[in-house]
Every structure is written in C-alpha cells, then in structure tokens.
Design a protein around this ligand. Structure first.
Ligand SMILES: [Zn+2]
Length: 251
C-alpha cells in the first residue's frame, strides 16, 4: 500500500476569498471541526479533492477539513484510543456532510456518464444504481451528523492497512463479508468494526468504511453548511507565531 497523503495539521485554504470571514464558515450549532476538537486523528476529506466517486470537488467542501457533530467526538476519542492500543491510527475521510453535497451527488448522477471515475469507484454498476443499491442516499445520515467514513492506518509505518478495496468503491467487494478477500483483509475490516462497535457505532453492511453513531445527535434533521478554511484571524495569529519562531532561531 502507498503512504497515505493525509493531514496532520489543519489545512489552510490559500484560495479562500479575501472577504470570507469567520461567520461564513461557521458550522451549525452542535457541530465542530475535527481538527479543533480532537488530537491524534488523521484526516483526508476526499470530497474536498477530485479523488472521489464523482471525480471533482463536491459542493460545500471548500477546504480539506472534517466537520463533525459535537456529540460524536467522545465516541471518536474512544475509537482513537482503542485503535492506538492495537497499533493503529484513525484516518477519517468524511463525517458531517452538507446537504448541498448530497444534492451535488444527485445532480451528478443525472448527467451522462463521462467515465472519469467509473473504473475506480463503480465498475460494475451504472450511476443511477448507486442510489438503488444503497451506496449513496438522497437523504444521508452524514447530513444528520450521525455518520463517519474512516479506515485504520498502521501507527508505525503511516500506511493505511489493506481493507481489500478503496474508499467509495461502490461494489459488492465493499460489503462486509464480501467474497474474494484474503483472510488478512477480512481480519482488517473486522478490526475496524470491533473498534467502532466498542465505541458506540454501528456498521453498515454495504460499506466497510461507513459507521453510524448509535445515539443519533439530530434524528430527522438535515443540515447544510460550508466546510471552510481557518478564519483569517487565526491565520494571522499563526503567521505571527511562525514569524517569532523563525526570528528566534539561532544563527
Ligand atoms: Zn458514509
């Protein structure tokens, strides 16, 4: 497996419009940015990149950050600690997902097939079937702040462990108990499942990476927001700290 390109420090989006202020990127009440709420967890927000099943940056993801329901944080901390005991780190791909992102998936699915992401993400089914087969939902648990997509990374090597398929591979191969996996791949999926179940999450039979918090924070509520960069004020502070550190360096 290749070294994962993941964030270990909050990513600042240099392309953030100059007029953007803190309010524009404020998350709804009851939500937090993962990088401001929990330490020792890796993330790579796939929908803020082109490396996802629609092959382009998804609406609402203006920065490579993870938004998360506050009530999920204690469960993720438990999962992080359990993972650590077993020599793993958590790598999170998505958690709270704005409704506009889900709407983007729906409009993308209605467009003609361009082949851009098919081979890698849905080789055996048509776009429209992604909804019928339960890989994508028009109303998602992610938009209720109840779901998280993640995998395990070997804490020593920094490599993602082999789960026998990539994130958002919409295929039978991604089902729990899928045929054609090696014993090790099945064991790896089970290791993640065991950690998540012990931490208060339930698995989803069609996607080994998707977990739902048992105590839903906002049942029946769907949220829309924009996942943004750090505020300019924070960035200025950070630059000052960096500048001071540089000037403090011995000659
Ligand atoms: Zn998911």
């Amino acid at each position: 497996m290749q070294q994962q390109d993941v964030n270990v420090y909050p990513a600042y989006d240099a392309n953030m419009p100059a007029e953007a202020d803190e309010m524009e990127y404020a998350l709804p009440e009851g939500f937090v940015y993962l990088d401001e709420a929990i330490e020792g967890v890796l993330w790579d927000a796939k929908y803020s990149t082109e490396d996802n099943f629609i092959g382009s940056v998804v609406d609402g993801y203006q920065s490579n950050r993870i938004a998360c329901a506050k009530k999920m944080i204690p469960a993720l901390i438990e999962a992080r600690d359990l993972a650590q005991e077993k020599g793993y780190q958590l790598l999170i791909w998505d958690a709270a997902r704005p409704q506009r992102a889900v709407d983007h998936f729906v409009s993308w699915a209605a467009e003609p097939e361009d082949g851009k992401s098919k081979e890698q993400h849905y080789p055996n089914i048509k776009k429209a079937q992604l909804f019928q087969k339960g890989y994508v939902a028009k109303r998602s648990g992610h938009s209720r702040g109840a779901a998280v997509d993640l995998t395990l990374v070997d804490a020593e090597t920094g490599e993602a462990i082999d789960m026998g398929g990539a994130f958002d591979l919409m295929d039978k191969r991604s089902h729990h108990g899928a045929k054609g996996l090696t014993k090790q791949q099945t064991a790896n999926r089970n290791a993640l499942k065991s950690i998540m179940k012990q931490s208060g999450f339930s698995p989803y039979s069609n996607e080994w990476w998707h977990y739902t918090l048992n105590n839903e924070p906002f049942p029946g509520q769907y949220f829309d927001f924009v996942i943004g960069g750090r505020s300019q004020e924070e960035q200025v502070q950070q630059d000052i700290v960096r500048h001071n550190m540089e000037t403090d360096l011995p000659q």
